[in-house]
Write a protein that binds this ligand. Structure first.
Ligand code: ATP
Ligand code: SF4
Ligand code: MG
Length: 343
């Protein structure tokens, strides 16, 4: 195994986001939880990077850390996260507030975390629009109605006057998506954003995001458990386990030629692991490690059905290039068994 861990993809345009060696520790009553452990990736303009992995693998925490949304009292975040060249991790809070919106929009699974219950959705949308540029009240309101229509809200002209509690969960989620898209952000982070929506609305939202990407070059991080969505929208896939990236590469490399036993288990491609026939991630026997008690060697070792290398139990395999996908993008995996396969 040879190549360096932090090799950059061979894209010509400067990345929208460059994350390097991101680490997040959270202080808990059970000790320090090592939730994100050296994550490095890039998102290019117009590119969609899907982040997959079982519950608890650190997907949400890794993106919350980027936008300074973890509790400062208990979270320690290190590394670099350059959004269009500016480091989000060392940015002053005031600057970070300015950057959220036109710089980076985020959609969470639970819409109520992003909505103010005492303001109408129209007011929240227009405030977001006017906070980042000189827009008249009337123009902002017209744009708010337009955005609500674009995310598929029925009767958007009336919906702008409604409070969040007057809308269904699915409608609230669409409002949050409209808010995130309102300022055509350079980076959109969607954390299980469409999971609760029905498939027709989901398809509508995915189309809208694609349009935003082609019109504005928005880079997208899409966190999901739904492999159908991954196959449909992702350019690249990053597989997380135990707070680490265990495999990443082009969507074809990762979904069609997975190398890491964990990825192969998720995809139901490893016969020793239980495969789920539907499109969701397959179930792998055993449970992920507690972030307060990570294994000394390969983070997947306790559950790995093909462990065999003497180093598996004691040494963390580095993320190394195992092949090249389209446009020369590296396909990387962190497993000693890839080395055995490659040799
Ligand atoms: N505020 C917190 N304090 C302590 N531990 C936390 C906190 N938030 C998350 N964790 C722990 O960090 C780990 C990663 O959580 P995270 O929410 O990032 O997982 P996830 O990959 O997004 O999972 P899911 O697919 O269920 O959304 C989990 O073990 C979780 O219990
Ligand atoms: S390094 Fe060893 S334990 Fe880890 S995934 Fe590869 S074979 Fe399994
Ligand atoms: Mg999550």
């Amino acid at each position: 195994m040879s190549a360096p861990s932090f090799e950059k993809p061979a894209t010509a345009a400067a990345p929208v986001l460059e994350v390097e060696d991101l680490r997040v520790d959270l202080r808990t009553p059970r000790g320090t939880a090592h939730v994100v452990n050296g994550l490095s990736y890039t998102v290019g303009p117009g590119e969609t990077v899907a982040v997959v992995g079982e519950s608890g693998s650190g997907k949400s925490v890794s993106v919350l850390a980027l936008l300074g949304l973890l509790p400062a009292r208990t979270a320690t975040v290190t590394g670099r996260a350059l959004l269009q060249g500016e480091d989000l991790l060392t940015m002053a809070p005031e600057r970070l507030r300015q950057v959220r919106g036109p710089g980076a929009g985020m959609v969470f699974q639970d819409p109520m975390t992003s909505l103010n219950p005492v303001l109408t959705v129209g007011r929240q949308l227009t405030e977001g629009l006017r906070a980042h540029g000189p827009v008249s009240k009337a123009a902002a309101r017209a744009r708010a109605v337009e955005l609500l229509g674009e995310v598929g809200l029925p009767d958007p002209g009336r919906a702008v006057g409604r409070y969040p509690h007057e809308l269904s969960g699915g409608m609230r989620q669409r409002v949050v998506i409209a808010m995130a898209l309102a300022n055509s952000p350079a980076l959109l982070i969607a954390d299980e954003a469409t999971t609760a929506l029905d498939v027709t609305v989901q398809a509508q939202i995915l189309d809208l995001v694609e349009r935003l990407q082609s019109e504005h070059g928005t880079g997208v991080i899409w966190i999901t458990h739904d492999l159908g969505v991954v196959a449909g929208i992702a350019d690249r896939v990053l597989v997380m386990y135990g707070g680490r990236c265990v495999e990443d590469g082009t969507v074809d490399d990762v979904l069609e030629r997975p190398v890491h036993p964990y990825t192969r288990g998720l995809l139901g491609a490893l016969p020793d692991l239980a495969a789920d026939p539907d499109e969701d991630l397959a179930t792998i026997a055993g449970t992920p490690p507690a972030p307060t008690d990570l294994p000394a060697g390969c983070v997947f070792w306790p559950r790995c059905p093909v462990r065999g290398d003497a180093r598996c139990e004691t040494e963390q395999p580095p993320l190394a290039v195992v092949g090249r996908g389209g446009a020369g993008l590296p396909h990387r995996a962190a497993t000693w068994c890839a080395e055995r396969e490659a040799s």
